[in-house]
Design a protein around this ligand. Structure first.
Ligand SMILES: Cc1cc2nc3c(=O)[nH]c(=O)nc-3n(C[C@H](O)[C@H](O)[C@H](O)COP(=O)(O)OP(=O)(O)OC[C@H]3O[C@@H](n4cnc5c(N)ncnc54)[C@H](O)[C@@H]3O)c2cc1C
Length: 806
């Protein structure tokens, strides 16, 4: 076996093989995949092989689309059978919410290009004459998917990868990984050591243990999933052709033809025991392992399947497959850099890896080879989790995800599992005021304040929260609003070389004066967004960096890795010590003035400056910035002071009509100001040129990604971020909807909502060149309905920022 390689992939399941395939396609042929048993002998071999293209997440839908495309052509490419059955699939809607969901996915399909039709129960029965459709409102019929034989398809991918230079070493367990002083890794295996530049953990149910060798926490739950295969079904024997893969919320099941038998897989929504938990994980010599059948757990669901497909009832059960499956807390895979260890990557954590493996491999390979993927990877990036995502948290969330596999989660639903992972002393105060929380990187954050309980209408349309949020927005626009937003990632960067470091990392220049604040973006070598900082110069050689909660690991790694040898810089992550109170609205100065001796006038405390002041007797870092477009301050105080500061402001604010507000209101308010969001509008696919963020890029200094930005500037962007208003009825832009000019799809929305102060349904979209001018008339597909839309100037509310500067 070779002793050096550019990349070592640990694990020969569909995730590892899918990555190997794409890495060699990208030209990184010096890649070795090491598998302890035979290829696919982990979870992959026993999978049922279904590959749905019906996915509401725009980026994951692209992952699935690539897998389906590759499976369909793999046999012709390699000459090896893959068992690809292009049966298509039908998913049932049993209520209006699910039907609306279909319409949303139809929009994703129109964008990505997979075929999908919403069909009637009669049409469902025409396509599958054996199914009963009682209670079914409609079906989502996807025509470009099907199922594959996982082992054959993986072996075909492996053959294709080997032909182009990739290497696979089977029957060779990786025993450990060590980081060498120069930055390379030593991967110790049963057959010797390999020194390499990159390591990818694609170890499936063993991934947590492989990560632990490098001190990395990788949290998911190892669970069990079962499907049954019936005996031969007479009606299948009597006909050619196959029924589509059926996906049915009524029985929380999928069912299809397996040759002339039936195959039925169940996501039982009852307590599932975790595979191997009692032994601390699978044994290293576990191979092609199945667990004993647990039919009793499936019975209530199987009975329902028999209602649906009475022809299965006579066939009897021939085989039960009970196999290991891993699930993450949000059911998305873990694909991307591991936190804290440069060039250590994850390609794991998928509960539907057959559908996702090749696609994940494609985009991870792009990321590794080119520095960025061409799709937004934020939802798959392993760094979306932090230490809070320990085994208990991951397990609680993952189980809920598993049970809810076929239950549509309404957009406003908050599920309690694993919560609260992180809370602040103020939370009980806010709970008493009717605060409905949502989770961000483990933190509980106010979403809206309800006088009638936490439940929101189960709909994609505007809910009972809508009028309440309107009042929260009115308070901020007309009086004063207050909101605690904990979890900002906070780094203090100090030392003689701090400024040089930050100027190198950021496309903007550091503020010159102490107390100055800038918005700054760190870009990749390709000039695309990595992160967004609000940077305050606290002293000559000390800067405070604030960024989004989920940027915690990303920013920490980014900053530490940017330090050059010999530079004198200290970087402290002080995230957990502080919380933030956002106070905004035209009466803010009047309210705060009574609580501090600091002069809050614009002359002494202008917009985009910060001061360390005493407020309500507590030390507070007051930043005159906000994300809602009003006179206001972000007040950063110590966790222990949060209640005192909040209560003092509340008391002083009562005569002025102070109100609590939450993230729903903030979304409405920021849309009226066209404030783009990191990970949504500003992503790893996009440079500041496309995002119209050049005002935050200073090309007169050297920074990472500058050459790439200049290149895009010279050649001209082909897609452009625009603000749109849409003629919505009761459903606003949610993101991922197609934008049409006539019959042509010319763009995609990223986020949206209702602007309560302006009375406009607003959103962001990336549109092709030629469709970005103000006044361009477009159409946006909202819940299956094409609604008139128009490109409008950015910042429809207070475009000159007069209120911010007041
Ligand atoms: C009953 C059942 C049905 C399913 N049906 C479907 C379906 O229809 N569609 C779908 O998309 N998904 C399905 N799945 C899920 C699918 O099987 C998994 O998501 C997928 O196989 C995960 O692939 P993986 O590559 O991450 O993991 P694995 O296939 O487990 O691969 C990991 C590999 O790493 C190797 N490894 C681990 N540690 C080491 C080490 N130290 N050294 C060397 N090698 C190591 C293991 O031996 C293993 O081969 C199903 C799962 C089950 C249980």
């Amino acid at each position: 076996m070779q002793s050096t390689a550019r990349v070592v992939i640990i694990g020969g399941g569909v995730m590892g093989i899918g990555l190997l395939y794409s890495l060699v396609e990208e030209g990184w042929t010096d890649t070795v995949l090491v598998e302890k048993g035979e290829l696919t002998s982990g979870s992959t071999w026993h999978a049922a092989g279904q590959c749905p293209s019906f996915i509401a997440n725009y980026n994951l839908a692209k992952v699935h689309a690539f897998s389906n495309d590759l499976y369909a052509r793999l046999e012709a490419m390699t000459g090896e059978a893959t068992g690809w059955h292009a049966t298509g699939g039908i998913r049932f809607a049993m209520n209006q919410l699910e039907l609306d969901h279909f319409k949303r996915v139809e929009g994703v399909a129109a964008n990505i290009g997979f075929r999908m039709q919403v069909i009637s129960p009669e049409e469902i029965r025409r396509i599958n004459p054996f199914v009963t459709t009682e209670g079914v409102l409609a079906g989502a019929w996807t025509l470009d998917d099907g199922y594959v034989d996982p082992s054959s398809a993986c072996n075909a991918m492996a053959t294709a990868a080997k032909r182009k230079g990739g290497t696979i070493v089977r029957r060779n367990r990786v025993l450990g990984i060590e980081r060498l002083p120069g930055g390379d890794f030593r991967v110790s295996t049963e057959q010797g050591d390999i020194t390499c530049e990159h390591v990818v953990n694609a170890a499936g149910c063993y991934a947590d243990r492989v990560s632990a060798w490098l001190g990395v926490q990788t949290s998911y739950a190892n669970m069990k999933h079962q499907y049954v295969v019936t005996g031969p079904v007479k009606e299948f024997l009597d006909r050619d052709g196959e029924i589509p893969v059926m996906r049915d919320p009524y029985c929380s099941s999928y069912y299809r033809q397996e040759q002339k038998s039936g195959l039925i897989g169940i996501y039982e929504n009852s307590e599932t025991e975790e595979a191997w938990r009692e032994q601390g994980g699978p044994a290293w010599d576990s191979e092609n392992e199945l667990f004993p059948a647990q039919l009793d757990r499936l019975m209530p669901f199987l009975e329902r399947v028999m209602d649906r497909m009475p022809i299965f009832a006579e066939a009897g059960i021939k085989k039960v497959v009970n196999g290991a499956i891993s699930h993450t807390p949000d059911s998305n895979p873990l694909v991307g850099p591991a936190p804290g260890v440069r060039n250590f990557w994850l390609a794991t954590g998928t509960g539907i890896g057959i559908a996702q493996g090749p696609g994940c491999g494609k985009y991870l390979a792009q990321w590794m080879v080119h520095g960025d993927a061409e799709i937004n990877m934020a939802g798959m990036d392993p760094r979306r989790y932090g230490e809070f995502c320990d085994q208990d948290y991951a397990s609680a969330k993952a189980h809920r995800e598993y049970w809810d596999m076929y239950r549509l989660i309404p957009p406003g639903e908050e599920r309690p599992e694993g919560r609260p992972a992180k809370s602040t002393p103020l939370d009980p105060v806010l709970v008493a005021k009717g605060c409905v929380f949502t989770e961000g990187f483990g933190w509980e954050r106010p979403k809206w304040f309800s006088a009638t309980g936490p439940d929101e209408d189960e709909t994609f349309r505007r809910t009972n929260a809508h009028p309440v949020v309107a009042e929260e927005c009115r308070a901020v626009r007309e009086r004063i609003g207050i909101m605690e937003l904990p979890g900002f990632t906070r780094h203090e960067v100090s030392g003689p070389d701090a400024e040089a470091l930050l100027n190198r990392v950021c496309a903007n220049r550091m503020p010159k004066r102490t107390g100055g604040i800038i918005l700054a973006h760190a870009l990749s070598d390709g000039g695309r967004f990595i992160t967004e900082f609000t940077i305050t110069r606290m002293a000559e050689d000390r800067f405070l960096l604030l960024s989004g909660a989920s940027a915690y690991h990303r920013d920490q790694d980014l900053l530490h890795r940017a330090i050059r040898e010999g530079e004198d810089v200290t970087i402290d992550n002080v995230t957990d010590d502080w919380t933030t109170l956002i106070v905004a609205g035209p009466r803010t100065r009047d309210v705060l003035a009574g609580l501090t001796s600091a002069d809050l006038s614009s002359a002494s405390f202008p917009w985009l400056t910060a001061q360390e002041i005493t407020l309500a007797g507590r030390p507070v870092r007051a930043l005159r910035v906000n994300y809602v477009g009003e006179l206001g301050w972000e007040l950063h105080c110590r966790m222990a002071d949060a209640v005192a500061v909040y209560e003092a402001i509340w008391k002083a604010g009562e005569p002025f009509g102070i109100a609590d507000f939450g993230l729903y209101a903030m979304n409405s308010l920021r849309l009226e100001k066209s404030y783009a969001g990191l990970g949504v509008e500003l992503t790893n696919e996009i440079t500041p040129v496309e995002a119209n963020m050049l005002r935050f890029v200073k090309l007169d200094h050297e920074f990472r990604g500058k050459a790439a930005v200049e290149k895009v500037l010279a050649s001209g962007a082909t897609t452009h971020l625009v603000t749109v208003k849409v003629d919505a009825v009761d459903f606003d832009i949610a993101g991922g909807e197609p934008v049409f000019a006539g019959e042509r799809v010319v763009g995609v929305t990223t986020s949206g909502g209702y602007g309560h102060a302006t009375g406009l349904s607003l959103g962001f979209a990336y549109v092709d060149s030629g469709f970005d001018a103000t006044g361009t008339k477009l159409e946006i597909m909202l819940l299956g309905d094409r609604r008139a839309a128009e490109v409008i100037p950015a910042s429809v509310y207070d475009p000159d920022n007069l209120r911010l500067r007041a």
